[in-house]
Design a protein around this ligand. Structure first.
Ligand code: PLP
Length: 385
């Protein structure tokens, strides 16, 4: 018998488990509660907040793909962030986080710092000397987001994990932009991989979700308990949709990548583009690190247009295919203006520090026909002039 690879096993998660009726795809268990065999004798599940068979299928597939001891799927990516903070950062503890983290993560850490729950230092973790400096002081958690959102900076997961070990800090990698198929943070030394499954994993822009995969069984048990206690666990229906999306992740990512490369070519060197951020470009400052750490470059591209906000408006005016919307990783192509959308909660100083300007546009390249994507981007660039 052939030994099935990790991807095949994960994508086939739960298939053929309905021994009663032989359903190929496992049914959704919507029931909130499960009968006990006798007082004190529960079955595998008792109450769906604490455990649900449909969620189990997704949790196991994610843990398998990330190479972790277990996965916990929750109601959103931000619920996954909340879970890790509550479970592993003591009151008054310290987080070191990237200065260009996803705006919602930045906002949550900043709000928690304002209440005195914790302290946070935002630094450029893509620069190892800045990471080392921040980690020369005791810390409880290092939050890595690589590639970063929206400027696609690359943080060296193995090197920062090694620095974190010395201070006893837990290492979290937000792996949303890559999915477990393009980057394996736990194998590089991280303690946790976190996802907004809303993005590539679910992949169809129709379900909000998040997940935490822990490297160790002990941490996983802690996450299970905290997710249940905080009431963060996701619904069975959302787990079903997310698993449905996950089954096609590998195929989708291959088309996303081909299309992204073609769109990058359309942007690259065009006089209307002041700067182009994409880890697959040889002139990306961390091109070599990205090649080592990731098994693909992803399909998010960020461009800084020449000509400021006026150029952005001209680019967007009449742009076809790309919807002006937040989020990324769905089958449809999207464009976002981070300064006024995803990162709007950051202060002007924090935006400037992160390098996000009024002329920055982030693209999530979808799986439409490649030639059409290239045609509409080229046309929009001509409009900018
Ligand atoms: N992490 C990253 C990198 C994100 O881009 C997002 C959302 O855009 C989140 C976390 C938060 O996820 P959610 O919107 O599912 O709460």
């Amino acid at each position: 018998m052939a030994e099935l690879g990790r991807w095949t096993q994960a994508a086939r998660g739960g298939l053929d488990t309905d021994t009663g009726r032989g359903a190929v795809v496992p049914p959704i268990y919507l029931s909130t509660n499960y009968t006990f065999l006798a007082p004190g004798e529960p079955r595998a599940h008792d109450y769906s907040r604490s455990g649900n068979p449909t969620r189990d299928v997704l949790n196991d597939a994610l843990a398998h793909l990330e190479g972790g001891a277990g996965g916990v799927s929750v109601t959103s990516g931000m619920a996954a962030v909340t879970l890790l903070v509550e479970a592993f950062v003591p009151v008054g503890g310290r987080i070191v986080a990237p200065h260009d983290a996803y705006g919602g993560t930045w906002r949550l850490f900043t709000m928690l710092a304002a209440t005195g729950r914790l302290t946070v230092d935002f630094v450029n973790l893509a620069k190892l000397d800045e990471a080392a400096d921040a980690l020369s002081q005791p810390a409880d958690m290092v939050w890595i987001e690589t590639p970063s959102n929206p400027l696609l900076r690359i943080t060296d997961i193995a090197a920062v994990s090694a620095l974190a070990r010395k201070t006893g800090a837990r290492v979290v990698v937000d792996n949303t932009f890559c999915s477990p198929l393009l980057q394996q943070p736990l194998a590089l030394g991280a303690d946790f991989a976190v996802h907004s499954t809303t993005k590539y994993i679910a992949g169809h822009s129709d379900v909000i979700g998040g997940a935490v995969v822990s490297a160790s069984a002990e941490d996983h048990e802690k996450c299970v308990l905290w997710a249940n206690s905080l009431g963060l666990t996701g619904s069975a229906f959302d787990a079903y949709l997310t698993m449905r999306g996950l089954r096609s992740l590998d195929a989708r990512l291959r088309v996303h990548a081909e299309n992204a490369e073609a769109v990058v070519d359309a942007f690259d060197g065009h006089p209307s583009v002041a700067r182009l951020h994409y880890p697959g470009l040889p002139d990306h400052p961390d091109f070599q690190l990205a090649r080592r750490q990731m098994s693909g470059s992803g399909s998010v591209i960020t461009a800084e247009l020449a000509g400021g906000r006026a150029a952005v408006d001209r680019f967007l005016d009449g742009l076809q295919i790309f919807h002006l919307a937040e989020s990324l990783g769905g089958t449809e192509s999207l464009v976002c203006h981070p300064a006024t959308m995803t990162h709007a909660s950051m202060t002007p100083e924090a935006l400037a520090e992160a390098g996000i300007t009024d002329a920055t546009l982030r693209f999530s390249v979808g799986i439409e026909a490649r030639d059409d994507l290239v045609a509409v981007v080229s046309e929009a660039l001509e409009r900018v002039g």
